[in-house]
Design a binder for this molecule. Structure first.
Ligand code: 5CA
Length: 448
């Protein structure tokens, strides 16, 4: 992508109402633009990251046995009356009337709708288990939308729903999502700790929040420091096998959000040196709630003896749009973002220090075409401008590799490559540069 063709409206001034780094950087780097309280347009740079995050979430859901579908954003009030949540959900639900005066709503979550879809299609225990998910916009009329995409009103969520015949089977579905979440966040370069959590309006009594530690996080959390060093399940994990050992490994250590925190238990189970009380960002939340929706909504299947069995359900959310904020909070400096390779809007930036100079133009065009052909995503800055301005822009948008090409280096047959993660620079032979960059991208994308 040539920068002159791209749409990258950077802000010079730091927006006054943006209180945390990720919100500031997303606005300044031209990733999002506010359209109302907690409502954002996704500009091209932010949209590219959103799609990458969504794709990682999708791949790990699929690996764990999830089946993707898509449900509408607008739902009928009738469905929510069946579960009894229409009134209970309160002011967070955006209620709408259509031209026929029918009560509708913009979905804050989809337990009711998926239960309706399931009960229409599965009548026998032979149709179980089922694990369905979608990635769709939600609306919650939050009292205090803030911190940009972290607490929006309209936000992108992955929500999955499991249907099982009995509790042990439902527990296995829960464990599948637990293990999938560990991999999902790790692939984005995040350490997310599963913590015992309150279930709020979704319900049930078994639940874990996945928390990324960050000073600016909205949740207060308490955990055992050793959780930070545990290895996540590898790509070869068999999701149909018993996953309880993986879950046990993570849940033997103390970890709870403030609503579930038990100070005595914490003190007795965690040595002082391993106690970690911190703030964190909730990037995912998984729930087992059994029959909470299936019973009132009559989602039952015929069992082996022909008798009806009410199905056991769980639901599993990931804050896809919130993750952009979480990833920036974990990866930035004063100059801008530092995207981990797997979620970076482009793998590399190519800076032509002297557009119009025949040598510089030729070297850049060659590099750009070689890299593009090798599937490296390059943002090529071929615009006029001062070097300082170009470097500052690249630092702000935070592409993992910055390749700088100018007449001085070219005289020695060299280009400069900077790694944004640690801001180290290296001189690389122009001829060797495409392979060098390809290797660095491949390494950055790899995950066990
Ligand atoms: N139905 C369940 C699971 S699918 C559910 O809705 N869970 S939730 O309420 O915990 O939301 C799931 C995830 O969405 C949260 O972990 C969080 O990462 C994200 N999320 C929730 N509210 C917001 C919001 N206002 N802005 C951005 N992300 C949000």
């Amino acid at each position: 992508m040539r920068l002159s063709q791209f749409y990258l409206p950077l802000l010079k001034e730091t927006p006054a109402d943006a209180q945390i780094a990720s919100h500031r950087l997303m606005l300044r780097a031209g990733m999002i633009r506010q359209q109302g309280a907690g409502i954002y347009a996704w500009l091209p740079l932010g949209f590219r990251v959103l799609k990458k995050i969504e794709q990682i979430v999708r791949e790990e859901q699929d690996r764990a046995g999830g089946v993707e579908m898509l449900m509408p954003t607008i739902q009928q009030a009738e469905l929510w009356r069946e579960s009894g949540r229409y009134d209970a959900y309160g002011k967070e639900m955006l209620r709408i009337k259509d031209r026929g005066d029918r009560e509708m709503l913009f979905g804050p979550t989809n337990e009711e709708m998926i239960t309706e879809i399931f009960r229409a299609g599965v009548r026998s225990y032979k149709g179980l288990p089922k694990l369905l998910y979608h990635i769709q916009w939600k609306f919650r009329d939050e009292i205090r939308p803030r911190f940009g995409v972290m607490r929006g009103r309209e936000f992108l969520m992955k929500d999955a729903y499991s249907f099982d015949l009995d509790e042990p089977a439902a527990r296995h579905s829960y464990n599948r999502m637990f293990a999938a979440y560990l991999r999902t966040f790790s692939r984005m370069g995040l350490t997310a700790i599963p913590m015992r959590a309150d279930t709020g309006p979704i319900g049930g009594d078994l639940s874990h929040e996945f928390i990324v530690l960050a000073d600016t996080g909205e949740s207060e959390v308490f955990c055992d420091r050793r959780l930070l060093d545990l290895e996540v399940p590898s790509a070869s994990t068999d999701f149909s096998a018993d996953l309880q050992p993986i879950v046990d490994q993570f849940t033997t250590y103390y970890a709870a959000t403030d609503e579930m925190h038990d100070a005595d238990d914490y003190e007795s189970r965690v040595d002082a040196e391993n106690q970690l009380s911190a703030r964190g960002i909730e990037v995912g939340h998984i729930f087992f709630f059994g029959e909470k929706y299936s019973r009132p909504m009559n989602a039952a299947v015929a069992g082996p003896d022909g008798k009806d069995i009410v199905v056991q359900m769980g639901s599993y959310g990931i804050g896809v749009s919130r993750l952009l904020g979480a990833i920036i909070e974990a990866n930035h400096d004063d100059n801008g973002c530092k995207w981990p390779m797997p979620v970076a809007p482009f793998h590399a930036g190519l800076i032509n220090l002297k557009p119009g100079d025949a040598e510089a133009d030729r070297a850049c065009e060659q590099l750009y075409s070689a890299l593009t052909q090798a599937d490296v995503e390059v943002l090529y800055d071929e615009t006029a401008g001062r070097p300082g301005e170009k470097f500052a822009r690249m630092d702000l948008i935070g592409l993992p590799l910055q390749i700088t090409v100018g007449p001085r280096g070219l005289a020695d047959g060299k280009v400069e490559v900077k790694r944004r993660s640690d801001n180290t620079k290296e001189e690389v032979d122009l001829e060797a540069a495409p392979n060098w960059i390809c290797d660095a991208v491949r390494e950055g994308l790899s995950h066990p």
